[in-house]
Structure formats: C-alpha cells, structure tokens
Design a protein around this ligand. Structure first.
Ligand SMILES: [Zn+2]
Length: 244
C-alpha cells in the first residue's frame, strides 16, 4: 500500500461537491431517498468526472487502486460507505479510487473501534506502513507487530482481513516483483556511484508503495538496505524525506 498525497480540487469542483452534499442532506430524511441511486445519477456529471480525474492523478502514472496498489483503480471508492454514511457521500476527503476486487471485498463493511475511529487504513490520511508488514517470502501483506502495545496493529489486521491482502496470489506476485526490483536497485548502487537521479529511479521502480516499508518499516533490516544506509547516509535521509 502507498501513502497518497491528497491534491487540491479546483474551486468550481469544490463548490459542485458542496451543492451535491447539500442536496443529499436535504433529502436524506425522505423515505424514498436512495443514496446509491443518487450517486449513480451524478457519477457522470462534470464535477464527479473532475473528481475522478484528480483521484487518478493522485494514484500515480499507472492509476493503481489505492488499497491493493496492484490493479488499476477502476472506480471512485467511498472510504466511509455511501450507506449509511450519506453525510460524507460527496466529501472530497472521503473519496479514493479502488479496483473492482477491493471494492467487492470491502462492500459495505466499515469496521470501527470502540471510540468510533475507522479500523481500515485510509492511505490518503495516514502512512499504511505504520499498520502493515510485508512478507518478502510470500509477497503477502500482514498486520504490523507494534512494540508499543506488544500486539499486532488492530487496524492492520482488519484491513488485511477485509481486503484479503494475505491471500491474493496475483497481488502477492506483484509485490514480490517490486520487492526484487527495488532490492536489486539498492544493491546495484553499492558497487557503483549513486546516480544523480536516484530519487526518480526509485520512484519509477516502486510499483506498490514498498519504499515506505524499505525505508521506514522492517525493510530497513534487509542487508542491501543497511549497507546502503551506511554508505550513503545523506541519500538515505533524502529517500526518507521523499518516500516516508
Ligand atoms: Zn485493489
């Protein structure tokens, strides 16, 4: 999973979303109101198309799903589901893009902790690698073990369970491919001078957001990474600034 930087919308699109949300808020008490129908009716309106285009840009050049980061993000996803959370249906901060499979697995599920906070990772609001662990043997994503609580991250566990991130062969194969590619890139720079565009090269090689795991998670303990860190401490700091 990758940390997503949320872009700003054009003022006209912000105003359009506010109008749509006002319309929902005004109708929500009516028995005949169906939020899914309302969304379907507006999905191809100019404002929502502008939202979709911005989300695709945020997802990077390959427009990947913001949950699995493996398949193409094929539609707008409501982090807090449309039903029953009508009040967030047109809120910019609630919108992501997801692939068909992640959308199907999540469905209307939205587990929350006792204090009401979501137990799913919102990649546009937090660093997913605070909660997730990557397994370089299987390619699966698992919950991260937190030393502070001496337990697995509940948010990591729930996200993995809901999105099946520990049992999707295609996704695991994609992560493994990126893991090997990035490992080779770091190892290669131990035997030759660091190229000037190393940040761009890393960004280009990271199809799955694994740099967060390499630079800020347990990937730091990989031998090529610890040697890279010792050899290029300034570059290491710059990588952390760029990708964490
Ligand atoms: Zn997905």
């Amino acid at each position: 999973m990758r940390r997503i930087e949320r872009a700003a919308l054009a003022q006209e699109t912000c105003n359009g979303l506010l109008m749509l949300q006002d319309a929902v808020d005004a109708q929500r008490g009516q028995a005949a109101f169906d939020p899914v129908d309302h969304w379907k009716g507006k999905r191809t309106s100019l404002h929502i198309l502008a939202v979709y285009a911005t989300l695709k840009r945020m997802a990077g050049p390959r427009e990947r799903c913001m949950y699995c980061v493996d398949s193409q993000g094929s539609d707008i996803e409501h982090f807090w589901p449309k039903s029953p959370h009508f009040d967030r249906m047109y809120q910019w901060e609630n919108l992501l893009i997801a692939c068909t499979q992640c959308g199907r697995f999540k469905g209307h599920q939205f587990p929350r902790a006792e204090d009401g906070a979501p137990l799913l990772i919102d990649p546009s609001a937090e660093d997913p690698w605070q909660f997730l662990e990557f397994d370089p043997v299987t390619g699966n994503l698992n919950a991260r073990y937190l030393l502070t609580t001496e337990a697995y991250s509940p948010k990591g566990e729930t996200t993995v369970r809901v999105l099946h991130l520990d049992r999707r062969e295609g996704v695991a194969a994609g992560y493994l491919k990126t893991y090997r590619r990035l490992s080779q890139v770091f190892a290669g720079w131990l035997n030759q001078p660091l190229p000037r565009n190393y940040i761009e090269q890393l960004r280009e090689a990271d199809d799955h957001g694994l740099l967060g795991w390499f630079l800020n998670g347990s990937g730091q303990n990989e031998s090529s990474l610890s040697r890279f860190r010792k050899r290029y401490p300034d570059a290491w700091a710059e990588c952390q600034q760029s990708f964490c």
